[in-house]
Ligand binder design. Structure first.
Ligand code: GRF
Length: 218
């Protein structure tokens, strides 16, 4: 049986390891999203290079060549329209979007952030998690809203903060969780199994109950 695949674009600004995780997951025949475009606001993004090497359609829309945020978004919108994109996944896309653009993709644009939102929005999450002394941190996939790192939560993964952690060590542990949770979240959204009800997401999926994570271990 062939399943209907949601036409998905991934937007990156840098190395694109989450994009790779999504692309690799989407290779499965039964995955409900098809990656039809990888686009970047930075022509030199390593992620774009990797996507090209995989034969994926790519677009480079250099924001420095657009006079305004609106002009950049108009080019981006045109590119998305040309590829008949239905869903946008941000993966390390480091460009703030106007409320109008975000609104036009309401509940059709998702993002991954390296903290357990609503804690530690913004940059330098791991430094701030360590400074705050939290014992558990993680990552969040959410629908995008106009406020930065805000919006209905689709999925989260928790990881322990360990003694001796540096921001780099913690980032590596969280990133490994990001690579696992983002493909799961995209699958749920693309299949229509994660829906916004008000500003919360209900997941109608036969999820296995997970064990709690204790830090320090019991
Ligand atoms: C990830 O930590 C993601 O959560 C954040 O930016 C980073 C991007 O890394 N939004 P990569 O480009 O996916 O490797």
């Amino acid at each position: 049986m062939t399943i209907k695949k949601t036409r998905t674009a991934i937007l990156v600004s840098g190395r694109g390891s989450n994009m790779q995780a999504l692309v690799e997951a989407a290779r499965a025949v039964d995955y409900p999203a098809e990656i039809v475009l990888v686009a970047s606001n930075r022509p030199d993004a390593a992620g774009l290079e990797w996507a090209r090497s995989q034969g994926l359609p790519t677009a480079s829309i250099d924001h420095t060549r657009h006079a305004t945020r609106e002009a950049f978004e108009a080019s981006l919108q045109q590119t998305l329209d040309a590829a008949n994109v239905e869903l946008v996944a941000l993966a390390g896309f480091m460009r703030l979007m106007t409320p109008a653009f975000v609104e036009s993709w309401r509940n059709r644009m998702i993002n991954i952030h390296p903290s357990l939102l609503p804690s530690f929005k913004g940059l330098h999450t791991h430094e701030r998690a360590l400074a705050a002394g939290v014992k558990i941190t993680g990552c969040t996939v959410h629908f995008v809203r106009a406020e930065m790192d805000d919006g209905p939560i689709i999925a989260q993964a928790a990881v322990p903060v360990l003694g001796g952690d540096t921001p780099a060590l913690l980032a590596e542990r969280v990133l490994a969780a990001e690579h696992r949770i983002y493909p799961v979240a995209l699958r749920l959204v693309a299949a229509g199994l994660a829906r916004c009800e008000g500003e919360k997401v209900s997941v109608s999926h036969d999820l296995k109950a997970s064990l709690p994570l204790y830090s320090p271990n019991l």
